[in-house]
Write a protein that binds this ligand. Structure first.
Ligand code: SF4
Ligand code: SF4
Length: 258
């Protein structure tokens, strides 16, 4: 799968994920470099000896996570953009993810961008905490993003486009925008059921299949809650309008064209 799509599978990732215990101690590099290629700047740039010495230039990098302090030097030196640093101790609700970013313009510190997953799909709004650009020709700028903690192992890239502007339509069935949801949160409605009942977001035919998750993300971000600990809305199957005649005939009432 990786060879065909360039996107690592969960099995690939399981081989390189730091342990929960190590993540709980602070920032650590996650090296998502899965193929044997003649390349070793990650090893030569790490002054802490956290990347185990290559016996062969084609070796895949192996990290001794206990020696890594998450400095990010290897992120900037890796030509394959295969390394990120993850700090799950950044705050109660957010993780800091340092990602390599090769496009111009660079984002502004303090601004917001859209966090993308390994396939380039938008997954969250992320705050730009720091932009490190040494301007050395062979170094990649490193952008530190604050992302929802549960997405620390999901966000691996970013887009300057704000997919999460106030005009973004979160509930297409009932035409509710993200701006309207944000306004309700500002007014003190802090559960998804409250927002659903007032705005009707999630009450259309799809019963919240898309908007539920988006509203939960916005609520979590705005109220510093963990999505996993927030109350969910009532789940109902998707609804589809049917003719009254179909109901009558299903009750044995014979043919009806109304
Ligand atoms: S983040 Fe710093 S300490 Fe960790 S492996 Fe990279 S260069 Fe070494
Ligand atoms: S520098 Fe990057 S691409 Fe090269 S071996 Fe190290 S992690 Fe892989």
């Amino acid at each position: 799968m990786l060879e065909k799509t360039g996107v690592a599978t969960q099995e690939d990732l399981a081989l390189v994920m730091p342990s929960k215990e190590r993540l709980a101690k602070g920032a650590v590099a996650v090296i998502e470099c899965f193929q044997r290629i003649p390349c070793n700047p990650c090893y030569t740039s790490c002054k802490r000896g956290a990347i185990i010495e290559f016996k062969d230039i084609n070796d895949r990098p192996i990290i001794n996570a206990d020696k890594c302090n998450g400095c990010g030097i290897c992120v900037s030196n890796c030509p394959g953009l295969a390394i990120v640093v993850v700090d799950e101790t950044y705050s109660d609700t957010e993780a800091l993810v340092k990602i390599p970013y090769e496009f111009l313009p660079l984002p502004q510190e303090g601004g917001y961008v859209t966090g993308l997953d390994r396939e380039g799909k938008p997954v969250c709004r992320a705050k730009v905490v720091k932009v490190l650009n040494t301007k050395a020709q062979d170094r990649t700028p490193v952008v530190s993003l604050a992302v929802p903690k549960e997405l620390s192992m999901v966000v691996r890239c970013m887009s300057l486009d704000d997919f999460y502007s106030d005009n973004t339509m979160v509930c297409r069935c009932e035409e509710v925008t993200l701006g309207e949801v944000r306004e309700l949160i500002r007014k003190g409605y802090h559960t998804i059921d409250e927002i659903k009942r007032i705005s009707r977001a999630g009450m259309g035919p799809c019963q919240g299949r898309t908007c539920r998750q988006l509203i939960m993300q916005e609520l979590a971000r705005a109220t510093n809650q963990k999505m996993s600990e927030m109350p969910m809305s009532t789940f109902r199957p998707p609804a589809k309008p049917i003719k009254l005649g179909a109901v009558i005939s299903s009750l044995g009432g014979g043919e009806c064209n109304e």
